[in-house]
Design a protein around this ligand. Structure first.
Ligand code: GLN
Length: 189
């Protein structure tokens, strides 16, 4: 049997375990990434939801910022969800030309679910779980917006990097993980 691609899941903080489980159910091998050496040999990277301030501090502490940027620059697919979206924006890792607005759907702890029409995804809307989610307040010309809530972009893609404001690892719809894995497989050839 041919081994599946190796997907790294940033595991400094937050909702990494559920991402791992979904990826493995879909046939990928996964590795929790906590230090630079963990990135060796990964074919793609998931940045999970959690708390972006805590995650940023941990990324800095471990010296992971530059290696993550280098992985993206090599063309490896990256998927940032919720706090992971924030991590990839201009003010954090600078991997994607977007500016995230944190906790954008309300000042209080605000969580909700919504059915999202996704550009170029077959099989109907995605049922999405939002937990103190950001939205994309600004984006550069190379960024393709994929879905929005009340006119605010909550999913986008630029080349090999995809960001989602919500938590695709919660629930039973695995299409967005499948799409990410298809990108990873294409990258590994
Ligand atoms: N509100 C969190 C932040 O700003 C993100 C929430 C999440 O990842 N579910 O970092």
């Amino acid at each position: 049997m041919v081994a599946g691609p190796l997907v790294g899941v940033l595991a400094l903080q937050g909702a990494f375990a559920a991402h791992r489980r979904v990826m493995e159910e879909l046939g990928a091998r996964t590795r929790e990434v906590r230090v630079v050496a963990d990135l060796e040999g990964v074919d793609g990277l998931v940045l999970p939801g959690g708390e972006s301030t805590t995650m940023s501090l941990a990324v800095e502490r471990e010296g992971l910022a530059e290696p993550i940027r280098a992985l993206a620059a090599r063309g490896a697919p990256l998927l940032g969800t919720c706090a992971g979206l924030i991590m990839l924006d201009r003010e954090h890792l600078g991997v994607m030309d977007i500016l995230a607005r944190r906790n954008a759907f309300g000042r209080q702890v605000r969580s909700f679910e919504a059915d999202l029409e996704f550009l170029d995804l077959e099989g109907g809307p995605v049922h999405a779980v939002f937990i103190r989610a950001p939205w994309i307040a600004e984006h550069g010309p190379g960024v393709e917006l994929l879905a929005s809530v009340d006119g605010h972009p909550v999913a986008a893609r630029a080349g090999n990097v995809t960001v989602l404001s919500f938590h695709p690892e919660l629930g039973t719809d695995t299409r967005l993980h499948e799409r990410f894995l298809a990108d990873v497989r294409a990258f590994t050839g």
